[in-house]
Design a protein around this ligand. Structure first.
Ligand code: 2RA
Length: 326
């Protein structure tokens, strides 16, 4: 069964990657509608050999016969237009953080909690990129050894901020960041909250609990912008309720859906942004026991934050929806 698909934010970094991934995966759409701000309206985009004209997003955009709409146009656009789309019977898969923590909005990583799309009421949220890449390995380890505590330390590429972030890295400017990102790291992603954490850190903490359905998890996070163009890396320290053997840990990770283990330090093999770039898997390495605590484990997890961290995960959610519509 083919579906009628809309893309909101079609000319942005994630929006253009949506189109690339839809083509690569031969997503079964009948009609395709591309929406953007007035600035980009009128642009021509070729998808699967057909040319489409980008239209300005308006309140009547969803009066067309649309089944699924992929949003990646920032929180304000999602806040305003996702409810309009939903009211017209469109199922929205939203990349922004606007709806993620709403009780009637599933937060989905298809390899981890695909069943959660069943209770959607018109909006499904794509988790934050740095959260998404952690879920496939952590879901598998949680199931096997029951995680008690998580410490996230992230190394996030400037592409997470879009073209402005890339420009600041390449030009040494500060149009997007409060300080130079060239030859520098900024422990500051999104805004600071009352508790001294940034919103990005709180997203990782809250989204992890929602996706793994476990509010008892003790989680802390420090998210850092690093002078890398694309690809997020996360150093994660885990404490489990139960004991484990290292060969069991390797087996669990090697069989986790969407995970590729790259761990052969004798030959300098470990995940890196430059090797994860352009791929949809989550790469895990530097797997080693944390000898400072009982049942502790350290991992290094790298993924392409624009693909698996945003566009591909969203398209995979849309594929689940199409399957449900058969
Ligand atoms: C970032 N995770 O990296 C945020 C949003 N993409 O900036």
């Amino acid at each position: 069964k083919k579906v009628n698909l809309a893309i909101v934010g079609a000319t942005g970094m994630v929006g253009t990657t949506f189109i690339k991934v839809l083509e690569e995966r031969d997503f079964p759409f009948e009609n395709l509608y591309l929406f953007s701000s007035a600035k980009s309206a009128g642009n021509k985009v070729t998808v699967k050999g057909n040319e489409y004209t980008v239209e300005e997003l308006t309140e009547s955009s969803f009066d067309k016969d649309i089944d699924i709409a992929l949003f990646s146009a920032g929180g304000d656009i999602s806040k305003k237009f996702a409810p309009i789309a939903k009211s017209k019977g469109v199922i929205v898969v939203d990349n922004s953080s606007a709806w993620r923590m709403e009780n009637d909005v599933p937060l989905v990583v298809p390899e981890v909690n695909p069943e959660d799309i069943d209770w959607n009421s018109g909006i499904i949220a794509n988790p934050n990129c740095s959260t998404i890449q952690m879920m496939p390995p952590l879901k598998a380890l949680h199931k096997a050894f029951k995680i008690k505590r998580i410490i996230y330390s992230t190394y996030q590429a400037v592409s997470g901020s879009g073209v402005k972030g890339i420009a600041d890295l390449e030009n040494g400017t500060t149009d997007n960041y409060p300080h130079p990102i060239s030859y520098n790291c900024l422990p500051h992603i999104d805004v600071f909250m009352e508790n001294g954490y940034t919103k990005e850190e709180m997203k990782m903490i809250e989204e992890t609990k929602k996706i793994l359905h476990d509010d008892s998890l003790k989680i802390t996070a420090t998210t850092v912008r690093v002078p890398v163009r694309n690809g997020h890396a996360v150093s994660v320290n885990l404490e489990f309720e139960n004991s484990f053997e290292m060969d069991e840990v390797f087996k669990v990770l090697e069989s986790a859906e969407g995970v590729v283990v790259q761990d052969d330090v004798a030959n300098n093999v470990y995940p890196m942004q430059v090797t994860a770039d352009g791929h949809d898997e989550v790469f895990v390495g530097r797997i080693r026991r944390d000898e400072s605590i009982e049942n502790g484990l350290n991992l290094w997890v790298v993924a392409d934050n624009i693909r698996k961290g945003a566009a591909t995960n969203t398209v995979q959610i849309a594929e689940l929806l199409v399957k449900k519509m058969q």
